[in-house]
Design a protein around this ligand. Structure first.
Ligand SMILES: Cc1cc2nc3c(=O)[nH]c(=O)nc-3n(C[C@H](O)[C@H](O)[C@H](O)COP(=O)(O)OP(=O)(O)OC[C@H]3O[C@@H](n4cnc5c(N)ncnc54)[C@H](O)[C@@H]3O)c2cc1C
Length: 427
């Protein structure tokens, strides 16, 4: 039986596993830490703006059950988050369980607490990956869904030290890139402060540490704007180092945009001054959930973008595919849809059948092609791209008339490209 091995269990890796399993190949997902969803474990704001269109196309392609796992965890819809249309606020903990259940139903073998540290190659092809314990996992095709966060040394070099974030590098060992181990050089995003990578821009607090009366604001509407004294953080510095220019608006700079996603998350704040926060009504006892040292800094990401083809193959590695943050995209929906495509093509490669390229007549396909073009320019490395609209992708796709929130329109577009239900094995 043909076999696909996926390394990394974030949204991209989970999407890849769903798509590979639907193609009927043996599918194994290897994740370094003790649960799935990676960065997505703190990412409850989903499907906003163009991510909604990407999701609708993903459903029309046959990936609906992945988005259902997300929708079943919706707490608030619409999200009410400034500068976004559509979008949900989901309970991140329920979302992880829903995705794990889906993978189980599809027969994916999920192996947690397993860190890949090396690869075996024959010519340009990867033949196996090796775990830190010395086990060998052979397969016909591989997906590098290892993301772009950390490892610890990168957070020391390009950030503010290890801040004990959800990636748990000190306990499980940091990210190892499969692309790099396969001998392919990766690129690093640039920052406006002259540095490399980008600093994650959210801090989360234990829900119960917020005053019970204040929590009622979240129970009513999910998203709450809190008036923030300037000493809470340095908006000017945050503007230069964070992952998305999307947050450059008065709503995000003059106030804290906070959401209830099972934890209380402050968006667009790489860190907060905790003693200052505790002077704000409702947050007198605020306790950090992620990162544990979110009073000092945050995780560094976007130091590992693979060179990729529109089939999501890593360049010059015919049986290695990549997705999610590895492509230079940020966001859960972005990771999910690119994961679905990478997993689907990995299965096709394993089965020896022609690969799928999403046509530019689709929102997803045009987005991929345009971002790939941007990454050929020096300026392009200063942006992080999302179907949400960041990095200029939103205006570009809207300008072409590809943005839609109409499910029937998305279905018609995908059917017109001859791709209706293609992920479900209809090759
Ligand atoms: C704090 C925070 C809040 C966010 N909030 C939002 C939000 O509200 N909405 C939104 O859309 N986006 C949000 N994002 C961004 C979004 O979560 C990410 O862009 C997206 O989830 C990335 O998915 P990924 O699968 O590409 O990478 P990751 O989620 O980073 O997944 C990579 C996985 O690979 C594993 N891995 C790495 N190396 C190895 C190895 N060698 N062997 C085995 N496993 C390995 C890692 O442990 C990890 O689980 C947020 C990000 C952060 C950090």
């Amino acid at each position: 039986m043909a076999k696909v091995a996926i390394i990394g269990g974030g949204w991209a890796g989970c999407g890849a596993a769903v798509a590979a399993a639907k193609m009927g190949v043996e599918t194994v997902l290897l994740e370094r830490i003790d649960h799935l969803l990676g960065a997505g474990y703190m990412a409850g704001h989903t499907a906003g703006n163009g991510k909604y269109t990407a999701m609708l196309e993903g459903i029309a392609l046959g990936g609906g059950d992945l988005f259902e796992a997300e929708e079943k965890a919706v707490k608030f819809q619409p999200s009410g988050v400034p500068a976004t249309e559509n979008g949900f606020l989901c309970d991140v903990f329920r979302m992880e369980r829903n995705v794990a259940d889906l993978l189980e139903r599809l027969g994916v073998e999920v192996i947690l607490e397993t860190r890949i540290t090396d690869v075996s190659m024959r010519g340009e092809r990867v033949t196996a990956v090796k775990t830190s314990r010395g086990e060998v996992v052979a397969a016909d095709a591989f997906v590098d869904a290892t993301g772009s966060a950390g490892p610890e040394g990168a957070c020391v070099k390009y950030g503010y030290g290890c801040v004990m974030c959800l990636f748990k590098c000190p306990a499980y060992g940091g990210r190892v890139s499969i692309t790099e181990k396969a001998g392919v050089q990766e690129g690093m995003a640039r920052r406006k402060d002259g540095g490399h990578g980008a600093i994650s821009n959210a801090v989360a607090f234990i829900r119960e540490s917020v005053d019970a009366e204040f929590l009622k604001n979240y129970e009513r509407k999910g998203c709450v704007l809190i008036s923030a004294p300037p000493e809470l953080g340095d908006p000017e510095l945050f503007r230069k180092i964070r992952t998305q220019e999307f947050f450059d608006s008065a709503d995000y700079n003059d106030s804290v945009v906070s959401v209830d996603i099972g934890v209380i998350k402050f968006m667009s704040r790489p860190w907060v001054n905790l003693p200052v926060l505790r002077r704000i009504e409702g947050f007198e006892n605020a306790a950090l959930f992620d990162p544990a040292a979110g009073g000092k800094g945050n995780a560094v990401r976007f130091l590992a973008t693979a060179p990729w083809e529109l089939t999501l193959q890593v360049q010059e590695r015919p049986n290695l595919f990549c997705c999610g943050e590895k492509l230079g995209f940020v966001g859960t929906t972005d990771a999910a849809v690119t994961g679905l495509l990478a997993g689907h093509n990995a299965a096709r490669a394993a089965l020896g059948i022609p690969l799928l390229t999403m046509p530019r007549s689709t929102f997803i396909g045009e987005g991929l092609a345009w971002v790939q073009e941007q990454l050929r320019t020096e300026k392009g490395w200063y942006e992080k791209y999302s179907y949400l609209g960041t990095g200029g992708l939103g205006p570009h796709l809207k300008g072409l008339g590809l943005y839609t929130t109409d499910q029937a329109a998305a279905e018609t577009r995908i059917a017109g490209a001859g791709l209706a239900g293609v992920l479900t094995g209809g090759v």
